[in-house]
Write a protein that binds this ligand. Structure first.
Ligand code: ADP
Ligand code: ASP
Ligand code: MG
Length: 408
């Protein structure tokens, strides 16, 4: 008998009717002869509602208490789903992350899974029981409840699949697979039959929220067969694969974007060793993650330095940078939190020249000004004004003919 781990996201369990539909799908899989472990998210909107309540009490709630609060959404759905299965005559047992020993580090709100003791789940599976596990949560070595970061139920599912050596991990969501870009922005985006781990990792880290980045990392590391499918319609979905040398790969597989960006610039700093460290050191100490960094060519012994951070860290980064500016005697500090990042991703870029120029030409034709550029082996990212996000993504999707299967 094969073992499958399935995960249903917030929209897929967003109402009692939908939870009953998930129960029917699980029963169909059971009848097809599979053993099933199912991971569920909180009902759609519930995690946001919990976070909003916390923010009404404090702008900075204790991370430990925040995790106790936001992990509750998933406890509701595991119980409801188990009840729906029981009502239909199927044995099912629900477990919180802690109850199935999902051990994490103590980094509250973004904890990493360290270990899973799968014995309790195995015992249930051997008795023909459907095991229902709460996504997004675990506990640390001191027994504190932890959560895995937004979208973390994907990671729970993949980690369980790895621990149980499942035959496949199926992520059921509100789209029928991974697309060339977010179909909400480009309605004629194309579903991909497969995408490599490497590309999926880039897409996830550059803002495609269809899979949490850690889920993709985990799947790559532990060789988990990972597939993204629709909860609402039949179909093959998208398989995340290891790169196959013989596979004919398109140059560009997809376009990712991130709306949560902000940039800061410090102008007229001394052009001398140690300055980059003096600027970014305090930013790191304030626990702010820096993404892109650009330093201009020095002029008159001074230079300008620009970097991007997550938009939620913008005010904090600005106040840190203003202090640094005083220490360094910089001319000015400026910033912009209405920017976005658009990225082209594709392993085929390694062997093709001219991608960047096609990209820049297409954006120029629409009058979209590029504020920052960064490249790596399999991606090119540009920062543009927020108002150009949709236009920019659609323009690039067309420029690279991504709606066609044989895209350049
Ligand atoms: P769930 O609640 O099931 O975890 P998410 O909202 O986290 O669902 O992820 C699914 C959403 O991801 C889709 O509705 C879609 O808008 C978005 N998305 C972003 N980029 C892509 C992409 N390249 N392919 C498919 N979906 C994408
Ligand atoms: N409920 C959590 C969230 O909204 C985890 C998840 O859905 O994956 O981020
Ligand atoms: Mg998600």
């Amino acid at each position: 008998m094969s073992l499958i781990v399935q995960k249903y996201g917030g929209t897929s369990v967003g109402s009692i009717e939908k939870i009953e539909q998930v129960a029917e799908k699980l029963i169909a899989a059971r009848k097809a002869g599979h053993s099933i472990v199912v991971v569920v998210s909180a009902m759609s909107g519930e995690t946001n509602r919990l976070i909003e309540m916390a923010s009404r009490i404090s702008d900075r709630p204790e991370p430990r208490e925040y995790d106790v609060l936001v992990s509750t959404g998933e406890q509701v759905t595991i119980a409801l789903l188990s009840m729906a299965l029981n009502k239909r005559g199927y044995a099912a047992r629900s477990y919180t992350g802690s109850q199935v020993h999902i051990l994490t580090d103590s980094a509250h709100t973004k904890a990493r899974i360290l270990d899973i003791d799968e014995s309790r789940m195995r015992a249930d599976l051997e008795q023909g029981c459907i095991v229902v596990v709460a996504g997004f949560q675990g506990r640390d070595e001191h027994g504190n409840i932890t959560t895995l970061g937004r979208g973390g139920s994907d990671t729970t599912a993949v980690a369980l699949a790895a621990a149980l050596k499942a035959d496949e991990c199926q992520i059921y969501t509100d789209v029928d697979g991974v697309y060339t870009t977010d179909p909400r922005v480009v309605p004629h985006a194309r579903r991909l039959d497969c995408i490599t781990f490497e590309e999926m990792l880039e897409m996830a880290s550059l803002g495609s929220k269809v899979l949490q980045i850690r889920a993709v990392e985990f799947a790559g590391k532990y060789n988990v067969n990972l597939r993204v499918l629709s909860s609402f319609e039949e179909g093959p979905g998208t398989l995340i694969t290891f790169e196959d040398e013989s596979m004919e790969r398109p140059v560009i597989s997809g376009i990712a974007f991130n709306r949560d960006e902000a940039k800061l610039t410090i102008l007229g700093v001394p052009d001398q060793p140690g300055v980059a460290y003096q600027i970014l050191g305090p930013i790191g100490e304030a626990n702010i993650e820096v993404d892109m960094i650009i330093q201009n060519v020095g002029d008159d012994g001074t230079t300008d330095f620009t970097f991007t951070v997550n938009r939620s860290d913008y005010e904090k980064a600005m106040s840190v940078l203003q202090n640094t500016a005083k220490t360094l005697g910089a001319r000015e500090v400026t910033g912009d939190n209405a920017i976005v990042k658009i990225s082209l991703v594709g392993v085929g870029m390694r062997s093709h020249a001219g991608i960047a120029s096609t990209m820049f030409k297409a954006l120029a034709k629409e009058g979209i000004n590029i504020r920052m550029i960064s490249t790596s082996e399999i991606k090119i990212s540009v920062v543009v004004d927020e108002k150009y996000l949709e236009l920019g993504v659609r323009t690039l999707h067309d420029a690279f003919n991504l709606d066609q299967a044989s895209a350049a």
